[in-house]
Design a protein around this ligand. Structure first.
Ligand code: NAD
Length: 507
C-alpha cells in the first residue's frame, strides 16, 4: 500500500523514539491488524525498562534546552509541523482510516484537526499571558508568569489515534514542555507515522533530541508514565476505568493529570425542533465512526408529541445506511476496532433486552464478502428507560437508545441522569427552552450545543467533560494553562522592606 511507504511504515517498526533516534523496544512485539479487512499492517515493539530509562534521560536533557527557546520560536516549529501535516494529509488520513476503521473523510478530518491546532498553537505562542496586580505595598510590583512544567506524558485512545496527541503536544510544546507519547496499542502505527513526520521537522531546525518521544505498549507501559515522578503532568484519554486507575496513581505522587474519559451523550429532541435537521444530527452522531467517538450520540430524549414521527424517520434513515469498507466513500459506517469490541456490542444488546429494552432496529454482526474481518456490525436502536444499567454505561458501539419525555425540566434531568458528563445537545427553535438548557440549571456537561448534535467539536473551544468524563480540558480557549505552572512574582524597588498585611518586625 502506497500510503504506508509514504509514511515510512515498515513490516517491523522500532518501538521507542526520542526524535530522529529510534531504539528497538526491548518489550514485547505488538501486531497491528486492520479492522477494515483483517490484514496484518505491521508490527511495533513495546518499551522495556532500559529503553524507557534512556528515553526519559534524553527527554530530561531536552527540556533544559527547549525551555530556553523563546515561545514564538517554538511556535515557528509547530507552524512547520502544520505545514508538514498538510503535505502528509492524504497518506496519514488513509492510515488512520485503515488502522482504526473510521471513514476516509473522518481520517482526513482528524489530520485537519491536527493542522488546525498547529495554527492555534502558533498564535498562542505569542499569547501566553499572565496578569499584573497592584501591590498593597509602596514601590512594589506584582505580576504572574507562566512557566513550562517539564516532561508531559500523553496516553491516547484508539479512536482518535492522531488528533488527541496533537491537541496535547502542539500546546505543550509552545508552552516549553517536552512530550512522551504512548499511543493506544490498537493503533501503534499511527504513532510511528506521526513521530516520523515531526522528526523530519525537528531535524531541519536542530530541535534537541527528546522534545518529542514515542513509546509503544499496553497499559503496563502507560503505568510507567503514571508512576514516574519525573513526569509532572499526564494527559490521558480513554475509558473511565483507565482514568480511575491512572488518576489514583498520579494523585498518589501528587502529580497532575488531564483526564478525557468516556461519554454518554444525549440529544434532547423538543416538540419545537426542526425534525429534518435533528435527524441528520442524531443519525450522524449515533452511527458516525461506528459509534466509537467519545461524543457519539448514545441517547435521544424525545418529546412525547413528536416521538412516533421522529422514531419512524430514524428507522427509515437506518434502513438507508450502507455498511462496509470505510475507505470507500459510499459507505456510512465502517467496522468496530476489533472482535473484543464486537463482543461488547453483542453483550450490551443482550443486556438491554434482558433489562426490558425493546429494539426497533435490530443489531447483529455482518458476515460474508467485504466483512471478513469480523468487525462490522449493524447500527441498532432500542426504546428504553434512562435508569436501565445498560443505558447508564458507555458501550463503544452504534447502539442508540430512545427515551420519551413530557416537560423540558424532565428532559434535562434525564440528560443529566448518567454518571458521565461530556457532550449534550438540544434541538429546538424555542429560545426559552434553549436558554434553560444552557443555564446553570441546565446541562451538566462540558459541552452543550443548540441545534447541532453531540458529536465532534472545533479545536477553538476547550474540550472535555465533567463527572466520570474526568474534568480535563484540552485544545482551545485557555486549556494551555494546564500545561504550565503559574508563578506569582513580587518585586520591591523601594529602600524599605514593608511586610504584607502591615506586620511590624523590628530588629
Ligand atoms: P482504554 O481506556 O482501553 O485505553 C486508552 C489508553 O489508556 C490506551 O493507550 C491504554 O493502553 C491506556 N491504559 C489503559 N489502562 C491504563 C492504566 N491503568 N494506566 C495507564 N494507561 C492505561 O480506551 P480505548 O478503548 O482505547 O478508547 C475508548 C475510550 O476512550 C472510550 O471510553 C471513549 O469515550 C474514550 N475517549 C474519550 C475522549 C475524550 O476526549 N473524553 C476522546 C477519545 C476517547
Amino acid at each position: 500500500m502506497e500510503f504506508l511507504q509514504q509514511l515510512g511504515i515498515e513490516a517491523e517498526n522500532k518501538g521507542v523514539s526520542t526524535g530522529s533516534s529510534w531504539f528497538t523496544g526491548t518489550g514485547v512485539k505488538i501486531d497491528s491488524y486492520s479492522p477494515v479487512d483483517g490484514t496484518l499492517i505491521g508490527s511495533v515493539f513495546s518499551a522495556g525498562a532500559t529503553d524507557y530509562e534512556a528515553m526519559m534521560a534524553q527527554a530530561g536533557e531536552a527540556f533544559k534546552e527547549w525551555r530556553m527557546w523563546p515561545a514564538p520560536k517554538r511556535g515557528e516549529i509547530v507552524r512547520q509541523f502544520g505545514e508538514a501535516l498538510r503535505v502528509y494529509k492524504e497518506p496519514l488520513g488513509k492510515l488512520v482510516s485503515y488502522e482504526m476503521g473510521k471513514s476516509l473523510q473522518e481520517g482526513l478530518g482528524e489530520v485537519q484537526e491536527m493542522i488546525d491546532i498547529c495554527d492555534f498553537a502558533l498564535g498562542l505562542s505569542r499569547q501566553l499571558y499572565g496578569l499584573t496586580m497592584h501591590s498593597e505595598r509602596p514601590l512594589h510590583r506584582m505580576y504572574e508568569q507562566w512557566h513550562p512544567l517539564g516532561i508531559v506524558g500523553i496516553i491516547s485512545a484508539f479512536n482518535f489515534p492522531v488528533a488527541v496527541w496533537s491537541w496535547n503536544t502542539a500546546l505543550a510544546w509552545v508552552c516549553g514542555n517536552v512530550c512522551v507519547w504512548k499511543p493506544s496499542e490498537k493503533t501503534p502505527l499511527c504513532g510511528i507515522a506521526c513521530q516520523k513526520i515531526i522528526a523530519e521537522v525537528f531535524a531541519k531546525n536542530n530541535v534537541p533530541e527528546g522534545v518529542s518521544c514515542l513509546i509503544q505498549g499496553d497499559r503496563t507501559v502507560g503505568e510507567l508514565l503514571s508512576n514516574d515522578t519525573r513526569i509532572p503532568l499526564v494527559s490521558a484519554t480513554g475509558s473511565t476505568r483507565m482514568g480511575k486507575a491512572l488518576a489514583a496513581a498520579v494523585a498518589a505522587r501528587l502529580g497532575r493529570s488531564i483526564l478525557e474519559l468516556g461519554g454518554n451523550n444525549a440529544i434532547i429532541i423538543s416538540q419545537h425542533a426542526d425534525l429534518d435537521m435533528s435527524l441528520i444530527g442524531a443519525a450522524f452522531g449515533a452511527v458516525g465512526t461506528a459509534g466509537q467517538r467519545c461524543t457519539t450520540t448514545r441517547r435521544l430524549i424525545i418529546h412525547e408529541s413528536v416521538y412516533d414521527v421522529f422514531k419512524a424517520k430514524l428507522v427509515n434513515a437506518y434502513q438507508q445506511l450502507s455498511i462496509g469498507d470505510p475507505l470507500d466513500s459510499k459507505n456510512h459506517v465502517g467496522p468496530l476496532i476489533d472482535k473484543d469490541a464486537v463482543k461488547m456490542y453483542l453483550q450490551s444488546i443482550e443486556d438491554c433486552k434482558a433489562q426490558g429494552g425493546h429494539f426497533v432496529v435490530e443489531g447483529g454482526v455482518l458476515e460474508g464478502e467485504g466483512y471478513q474481518s469480523g468487525c462490522y456490525v449493524k447500527p441498532c436502536i432500542a426504546e428504553v428507560t434512562n435508569d436501565l444499567p445498560v443505558v447508564q454505561h458507555e458501550t463503544f458501539a452504534p447502539i442508540l437508545y430512545l427515551i420519551k419525555y413530557k416537560a423540558i425540566e424532565e428532559a434535562i434531568e434525564l440528560q443529566n441522569g448518567v454518571p458521565q458528563g461530556l457532550s449534550s445537545a438540544i434541538m429546538t427553535v424555542n429560545m426559552r427552552e434553549a436558554e434553560q438548557f444552557l443555564s446553570q440549571a441546565g446541562s451538566d456537561c462540558g459541552i452543550a450545543n443548540v441545534n447541532i448534535g453531540t458529536s465532534g467539536a472545533e479545536i477553538g473551544g476547550a474540550f472535555g467533560g465533567e463527572k466520570e468524563t474526568g474534568g480535563g480540558r484540552e485544545s482551545g480557549s485557555d486549556a494551555w494553562k494546564a500545561y504550565m505552572r503559574r508563578q506569582t512574582n513580587t518585586i520591591n524597588y523601594s529602600t524599605k522592606l514593608p511586610l504584607a498585611q502591615g506586620i511590624q518586625f523590628n530588629l
